[in-house]
Design a protein around this ligand. Structure first.
Ligand code: SF4
Length: 313
């Protein structure tokens, strides 16, 4: 499968079967906390970035074998449940022009809800909002309420304005009948100081849920998370919000060992790990998270590239 990955455990979606629509890493932003590393193609250009026919053929092949019969996360095949089909992947899915065809085709092919994970920066464009109306769930993010903070935390394409983005999200709420869960990523010393303003913007948007996150997984750059107590304090600023709980499903020990073994031989980038293991980069991140939490690997930056390396012992 070229465009499908997972299913991977997701903190919000249970088991999420990902659909990747972009070449790595194409985005409208270059967030300081991005786990995928620096944005290599910072753009606002919406183009047909994948063949819809090819993506839909992969999705339809799932239902031919039974909608639960998909990759088992070890690169092999097996009967595994998934809870959501999620448009996500190696950048910003809204940069693919023609989402409507993929969403409609996916909903016809599998009996599962279709979710869209997006940074929400392009909803100020009418045609973008029209293309996503048939999704079941949209999870946009909003990390700033003023342009200076937006530029600091999200390092956007220079033509993006945070005011326009918030207006786009307000209009999305008016037009979209599915669920909207707004995610706010809080980074210490960068956007926590304007939490009250972000909360006001969130209230204007009126999503079904506001989900507060912080940089739980160590990102590529040295940015700091809020502590659990500080996150609890944020619940008073964002009324009715929730702090996103940790995902709780086990990952394959075999794959954890495989990745550790690869990193013991030599430091690797995410792309190298993906090509060596045959796993999608987003899937590998879940395993790297486990290895980092166990203090078995570390991150290194060399010539603007992010490497992972096994620790001794
Ligand atoms: S929007 Fe997502 S993919 Fe793009 S830079 Fe930010 S975190 Fe990374």
């Amino acid at each position: 499968m070229k465009h499908l990955f997972g299913p991977v455990p997701s903190r919000r979606l249970g088991l999420s079967l990902g659909v990747d629509l972009l070449p790595f890493k194409t985005c409208t932003l270059d967030c300081v906390y991005c786990q995928l590393g620096p944005t290599t193609c910072l753009t606002l250009a919406r183009e047909e970035r994948v063949s819809p026919a090819e993506v839909l053929e992969e999705i339809r092949s799932l239902s031919e074998e039974g909608s639960d019969r998909v990759g088992d996360g070890d690169g092999g095949r097996g009967a595994v449940e998934f809870d959501y089909l999620t448009l996500a992947g190696s950048g910003e899915p809204l940069l693919h022009r023609g989402l409507e065809e993929i969403i409609r085709g996916a909903k016809e092919a599998v009996d599962k809800p279709v979710a869209l994970l997006t940074n929400g920066t392009l909803f100020f464009q009418d045609d973008v909002r029209r293309e996503v109306l048939e999704a079941d769930l949209i999870i946009p993010s909003l990390d700033a309420a003023t342009q200076p903070t937006f530029e600091r935390i999200n390092r956007p394409h220079p033509d993006l304005s945070i005011d326009e983005i918030v207006e786009g999200l307000v209009r999305l709420r008016e037009e979209f009948e599915g669920e909207i869960w707004l995610e706010v990523m809080l980074v210490k010393g960068i956007n926590d100081g304007e939490a009250a303003l972000i909360a006001e913007a969130a209230e204007r948007i009126g999503p079904d849920k506001v989900q507060l996150n912080t940089v739980v997984r160590p990102p590529a750059e040295p940015v700091q998370p809020l502590s659990p107590d500080e996150m609890d304090g944020m619940l008073e600023v964002f009324s009715g919000a929730e702090v996103i709980a940790e995902w709780g499903r086990d990952l394959s020990k075999m794959t954890v060992d495989l990745i550790r073994d690869l990193l013991t031989r030599r430091p690797c980038t995410l792309a190298e790990l993906s090509s060596l293991s045959g796993l999608h980069q987003n899937e590998i991140l879940k395993y790297l998270e486990v290895l980092e939490a166990e203090d078995k690997i570390m991150r290194l930056r060399h010539k603007d590239r992010l490497y992972f390396q096994a620790k001794d012992g």
